[in-house]
Ligand binder design. Sequence first.
Ligand SMILES: Cc1cc2nc3c(=O)[nH]c(=O)nc-3n(C[C@H](O)[C@H](O)[C@H](O)COP(=O)(O)O)c2cc1C
Length: 488
Amino acid sequence: MGITRNHHHHSPDLTTTKKKLKYNHYDYEEDDTCTGFALTLGDFINPMLPTSIVVSDALEPDCPVIYVNKVFESVTGYRADEVLGRNCRFLQYRDSRTQRRHPLVDPVCVSEIRRCLDEGIDFQGELLNFRKDGTPLVNRLKLAPIHDDDGVVTHIIGIQVFTETKIDLNSVSYPVFKETCKNEGDQVAPKSGMVKCTECREVCGILQLSDEVMAQNILSRLSLRDVASIGSVCRRIRQLTKNEHVRKMVCQNAWGREVTGALEHITKKLGWGRLARELTTLEAVCWKKLRVGGAVEPSRCNFSACAAGNRLVLFGGEGVNMQPMDDTFVLNLDAVNPQWRQVTVKSAPPGRWGHTLSCLNGSWLVVFGGCGKQGLLNDVFVLDLDAKQPTWIEVFGGGPPPPRSWHSSCTVEGSKLVVSGGCTDAGVLLNDTFLLDLTMEKPMWRELPTSRIPPSRLGHSLSVYGRTKILMFGGLANSGHLSLNGGF
Ligand SMILES: Cc1cc2nc3c(=O)[nH]c(=O)nc-3n(C[C@H](O)[C@H](O)[C@H](O)COP(=O)(O)O)c2cc1C
């Protein structure tokens, strides 16, 4: 089959083809294996696979289709009578009523088809098409013009190799696959007489990197958020971002080796991707009722509790008749059957309520202030929970803050106690912040100078984040006098 203008020696083939076309115009019973084309179209067609074939009349305006084979009908879902007389571009429309090329159809590829048809040369490339029912197909399309004896293009043969695609049609970017083949019209392959088609991949450079380089050198260095968004670029990158190794590296960048090491066992079930999503979005967070044994007796209110690793520690509180309590309880959540147990201590701080209990370095606990039998306190006691005989030891820090209750406290860098706000004996709300470094041999209280002082308050919370940043939240901020017990 001759397809360049001046190859007259091919005309017998051409004549046969033309005759055959005319002859078979509406004859759908012909043999669709198309062996004659397969011979000349080389490796484009696998003769074992049924091939979709279209022929257009190049002498009529807009190249109307004059023939489609049965494979075309069955793959695209369009019957021959719905297609004949139309230009083939309708395959680029998802919805035949809109008569518009779908945004994911690569316009560069379409203009390349146009150029090849205008110049009367071969086209070969891949583009997105749609079945009649709107489902997407990748079309590896080959177009070959047929010339008459005078070199005039009379027909164009289209060979389509359709494959299914799971492309996300709602994404706005294209191309998902981009393999536009350019024709170099002046290069004629000597033996076959076919126009040589050289590939011209207009692919972004980054996509030419190997999977390994892309994963190791780029993806695994990104932040959690970035790796999640880059996955939407294309299927290949999405696939790489799903790799467990890449995901673990990304988690490690975000949380450090120690944390990822500790989380390793959880990810066996969940996978790193899911874990990262749950931790960053908190989407899986929910309260769960925990049934525990033992009891904190006698019952009380206005105690203080804090976590020491996976242990919950509780100290003091207000018993019946405003009785200040001085007992310590622990609930070990690592135990198979967690139970409240009273800690037997050699000595205890004076009983109190409205105080704070904070954890230092994982197993030390520190009590500050509160309301005791004799009124408000500003004393500090420390207990080592892991000691053989746990004992509350009073720490005499120089220059303590005024006595208070309903204040808030937290620990910074594991060993510095920070106390803020609360309420004085006279019921006045406070807005000060004090720090006591418990690693010092002779700890000294130091008032923290702040450029902007938050309003005085009590009953608020202090939390540490980013190692040294303190978040103050809520509480009751109301100037004036307050009743110490109840009433607010
Ligand atoms: C014989 C023949 C078969 C074609 N087959 C297809 C096809 O299967 N899918 C497709 O998207 N375009 C196909 N085309 C290309 C379109 O018909 C059209 O030429 C192309 O979209 C460029 O023109 P336009 O920019 O005017 O749409 C075919 C063209 C011809 C001549």
